[in-house]
Design a protein around this ligand. Sequence first.
Ligand code: CA
Length: 186
Amino acid sequence: MRNIKTFFFILSITFFALQCKDDDGPKLPTDPYVGCCGTEPVEFTVGNAKLYVPNAFTPNGDGTNDVFFPFFNDKVSKIELFQIFSPKLALIYLALEVDKQNPSINGWNGIDADGKKYAGLFSYHIQITDDAGFSQFISGSACSIVCDTFAAVFKTKTGCFFPAQENGEGGLDASLPMLEDDCFGQ
Ligand SMILES: [Ca+2]
């Protein structure tokens, strides 16, 4: 009997201790950049068309990497349904068509559907048609980086490719500088 009482006493103490541990102190905010800069491709081929879609951008209005949009070569005839979704598949941004001459005007500026700055992982879907009429959807994921304290993780992350690293022909030139040292902190 005594042993059973002792057992339940220890059990209740353990349960209480675990509960205390759970409520112990303020919760740290979650890193919004988990999953950024993965192994997914940033270059695509659709028939004759070639595209580069960066997987990171920094919409802080400093004139560098501020807008998210696809880069492409001169074999693209049409870019339609440029869609941005949250990880929970909520539509954040939609452009029915991307202007071929000036694609950045239809790009996404990092503001979500509620008018707030969006930080972290998102997915995109884009319909491309090449100059022979071949049409295909491409999709992938990328990250919006607001230049806060969490952005320091990008100082050491590898595999992040920014708009500034486009090669001028719808491809990536990873040797080009990303031009983002200020955003990631000193
Ligand atoms: Ca920027």
